[in-house]
Each structure stands twice: as structure tokens, then as C-alpha cells.
Design a protein around this ligand. Sequence first.
Ligand code: SF4
Length: 107
Amino acid sequence: MAQDDKISRRSALKISLSVLPIAAGGAALFSACGDSSLDCTDVSGLSAEETATRTNLEYVEASPHGEEKDCLNCRFYTGNESQCGSCTLVKGPINPRGYCKSWVIKA
Ligand code: SF4
């Protein structure tokens, strides 16, 4: 019985150690890609002019430059990376991983 317990614990430890890197890798990959579950596209509360500004500045939900240039590190962004924020120039919900052609590095 004691021998079975020992093997069982050893097996459990091996499984834990083999799963841990996979879980960590998955979390890192998810983080590197940003939180794709955020949907900051609801512009129903905006005026036609505000919606036009959003379009004219070519706002997109996912920056073509990745995290090097995105709303999160833009001077005009207010918010964090876990939820839709706001922007001084572009009204409406702003994806922290979004981008527009008025991007300026945060000072
Ligand atoms: Fe994002 Fe453009 Fe606003 Fe900067 S100016 S936070 S890039 S929408």
C-alpha cells in the first residue's frame, strides 16, 4: 500500500511537471497576442461626427504594429490593458491593442 502511494505521488509529480510548462507557454502566448476577447466596437452612443472621426483616423481594434505601437502606449489613451479604455481624439470604446493614424508615443 505504501509502495502504491509512493508511485502514485511520483506519477502525480511527473504529470504536474510536464503540464506546467505547457500552461505557462499558453499564458505567455495569450499575453503576447493581447486580449482578443475584448470587443471595443460598440459605437451606438456616438454622434455621426464622432463616428466619422473614428473612421477618418482609421481606428482599428488590433494594431498592425503589434505592441510596439498600440493604444496602450499612445499619449492619448486612458485606461489599462484589461478593458476598453478611452481616447482624447477618438471617441467611443478603445481597445488597448488598437491603433489609429494619430498614434503618438506616450511621454
Ligand atoms: Fe489609439 Fe489613436 Fe487614440 Fe492613440 S490617438 S489612443 S492610437 S485611437
